[in-house]
Design a protein around this ligand. Sequence first.
Ligand code: AMP
Ligand code: MN
Ligand code: MN
Ligand code: MN
Length: 285
Amino acid sequence: MNTLINADLHCHSVVSDGTLTPEALAQRAKANGVELWALTDHDELGGQDRAIAAAREAGLPYLTGTEVSVTFAGITVHIVGLGMDHTHPALLDGLRATRGGREQRAREMSDDLARVGIKGVYEGALKYVGNPELISRSHFARYLVEIGVSKDTNEVFRKYITEGKPGFVPHRWATLADAVGWITQSGGVAVIAHPGRYKLTPNEEFALFTEFKAHGGQGVEVMTGAHGQADYAKYAGYCQEFGLAASRGSDFHSPEESHTDLGQLPDLPGSVTPVWELLQSRILQ
Ligand code: AMP
Ligand code: MN
Ligand code: MN
Ligand code: MN
């Protein structure tokens, strides 16, 4: 397969914190020229059957996907899984456990916002939730924009619901070892999502990549909506240094909120091995 195909291996539907259905995403990906697609809802596989069917309908090659929330060095990092058997019991159990604390966390976030005078946010956010097991900070952000607390969701994430700001509730997600283990045991490839977004020291970042490799992780997102030119070069270099394949995914959530649409990223640099070369046998046509 040509290295420079228009692969988009990271996006979200209403099954997590996106605003489009799996069917609408498949059609949008196809219309935007995507040649290999994966839906990667947070801690969920509930949209996979719909995505598989919609991709087949659109004539769009597809890889199963998810994005697992992980706690590493005291912060949240995301590990994308691609090409898993999405009916694998250990994977399903692990993701269910990872989703488990979200309801309680959401109630505590709402209580903390009430302390600064912003009331009823849990109930308000629920209007935006497509999957009762997956209440996310994105749903809170949409409601805070609706009631005029902030002008857009980016501003919400600057002023609220992040570390040190009103509405933030620390949470313990999966371990790195478990997340990589669930993905690889179920036949998939684990990928470090958007590494340029994490507030890690150089030593912590080195530890993340080293431990991820040791657990069996095989890829890193080089091209993602969250990266700029400097990140592209830096993480292409990490592919060589750590012996990792490179992934490419917009992290598209919503036509109104996402600045990178499906299929709109630059190509991977020529120096890296695309992650889809490791996943040829897992592609659904
Ligand atoms: P949660 O998994 O509930 O902690 O929510 C995390 C989600 O919030 C991410 O997947 C993003 O969709 C969104 N998010 C986090 N930080 C930001 C940010 N700075 N701007 C916009 N969206 C963000
Ligand atoms: Mn998200
Ligand atoms: Mn993410
Ligand atoms: Mn994502």
